[in-house]
Design a protein around this ligand. Structure first.
Ligand code: PSV
Ligand code: MN
Length: 396
């Protein structure tokens, strides 16, 4: 491979980091049940241990996203335990995700709930989440709301919008100067008629009203089919409103499939918009890249390693676009040449350069193979198996 290409790929990889979600290592299910995995993590320590493994093999996942209800059993009092685990396992706490959807009190919503008690509880939990993030030196507090309704007429959409505005404004006021609030949108599930923050425009308006430290978080699975996600990315970048990304892939809805397993070109196009924006503007786009996937059938750690390596490949490919040629082709409306700039970069096999980069960093050339050889999976299967397999969830 030409040395210029290799250099561009190395540079791209040097700066690329992606956060892994604690919930990606736990046993999860579908609406119809759970299929258990003997090696799944069942405690916060096991999640840190698994995340530490993924980081030590890939070198690019220094942080783990944490879900407050699932990972901080004692709320604020769990901060010390989590901080100690972070040091022990060599991965730092990343984004802090309040859980405003699982408790019974949220049956009819959190900030959009007509019952003031539920709204107050949601606010208290959110304030605690901000304090937890501060205690752990986590910059981002990532808000996703399951709020919505299933039947026309059953919710006052404008009233709920006002509650969301008020609550987010109050929470923004509680942020420290270095903290950020990320507002995630999703058009469906669990609500199937209306969702309070259904799309990027709604998230954008709420974030803008909340204050300058609020940005939008895009989750690839949270769009209608065939929606042009990279255009949304380009607009948010242009408005300085893109704060974070939850990566996953899908075929139908929010399927949580492995990144790039269905449509790698889409992920490439998203990265391209980001890198093209940076090249044109000469500035860095401050976006937290995170994975938001939980696998029921694939091995969780294998799926995570597969995702990280795929993300690196697609990011490296996107970095290969010849911008000068692209701009010239766009300018002269040479459509085929412009499109070719993207296609040529996408078609480049970046894997040899990525393997070489890993070697220079003292990382295994093939993290998946190294994981298989490490014996880690066999060890944790042995340690966790009996507990995990007796813990089947049933909806009966
Ligand atoms: C919701 O589907 C979501 O994407 C949000 O980011 C949650 O925090 C995450 O999944 C985990 O349930
Ligand atoms: Mn998400």
């Amino acid at each position: 491979m030409e040395s210029q290409l290799t250099e561009t790929i190395f540079k791209a990889l040097d700066r690329f980091r992606i956060e892994i979600p604690s919930w990606g290592f736990a046993n999860t299910g579908t609406r119809f049940g759970k299929f258990l995995q003997a090696a799944a993590a069942g405690t916060i320590e096991e999640k840190f241990s698994d995340a530490g493994q993924v980081h030590s093999l890939t070198g690019v996942c220094p942080t783990i996203a944490l879900h407050v209800l699932w990972d901080f059993p004692h709320g604020l009092d769990s901060i010390h335990e989590v901080a100690a685990l972070a040091n022990q396992y060599g991965v730092q706490p990343g984004s802090i995700n309040p859980n405003l959807f699982q408790d019974q009190i949220y049956k009819f919503g959190s900030f959009g709930n007509p019952d003031e008690k539920a709204r107050t509880e949601a606010m208290e939990h959110s304030q605690d989440s901000i304090a937890i993030a501060r205690g752990l030196k986590s910059r981002d507090i990532s808000f996703w709301f399951a709020d919505g309704s299933n039947y026309p007429g059953s919710a006052n959409i404008r009233q709920r919008k006002r509650w969301f505005e008020e609550c987010l404004q109050q929470l923004h006021a509680a942020l420290s100067p270095e903290q950020r609030m990320l507002v995630e949108y999703k058009p469906f599930e669990p609500a199937f008629y209306h969702t309070d923050i259904a799309d990027w425009g709604m998230a954008f308006l709420l974030a803008r009203k909340a204050g300058p430290q609020a940005k939008v978080l895009v989750d690839t699975g949270h769009h209608y089919l065939s929606q042009n996600i990279e255009q949304i990315v380009a607009w948010l970048l242009a408005e300085d409103m893109l704060g974070g990304f939850h990566f996953n892939d899908r075929r139908y809805a929010d399927d949580d499939l492995t990144l790039g397993s269905i449509d790698p070109y889409q992920v490439f196009r998203i990265f391209h918009e980001i890198l093209f924006f940076e090249w044109e503007g000469g500035k860095h786009a401050d976006i937290a890249y995170m994975i938001d996937q939980s696998h029921n059938l694939k091995g969780k750690m294998e799926a995570m390693i597969q995702t990280v390596t795929m993300a690196q490949e697609l990011f490296a490919k996107a970095a290969l676009v010849d911008y000068k040629q692209l701009v010239a082709a766009q300018q002269s409306a040479d459509i085929v040449r412009a499109e070719g700039c993207l296609q040529d970069a996408f078609a480049t096999d970046v894997r040899p350069a990525i393997r070489a980069w890993r070697t220079t960093k003292g990382l295994p050339e093939n993290p998946q193979e190294a994981f298989r050889q490490s014996g880690y999976l066999e060890r944790v299967t042995q340690e966790r198996g009996a507990r995990n397999m007796s813990n089947a969830g049933s909806y009966a």
